[in-house]
Design a protein. Sequence first.
Length: 77
Amino acid sequence: MQNDKGKLVDLYIPRKWTTASVQINIGDVDPETGVYTKTFTTFAFSGNVRSQGESNDSLDRLATQSGYLKNTWSYVQ
């Protein structure tokens, strides 16, 4: 949906402070030493995504897009 200025807006914005929502931090690891670099990427899942059982698939997809899951098998053809 667009507002009067042409900006894309949604009527419903999932909030991450609902009781069923979670936030997951995936830490970055140095590829040579295997030591945590004190940086991370955050993924947040709303309660709606979790209640539909889609959080695992969503995390896999987002982690793959972010480069965390390389060379993993995927059924998508």
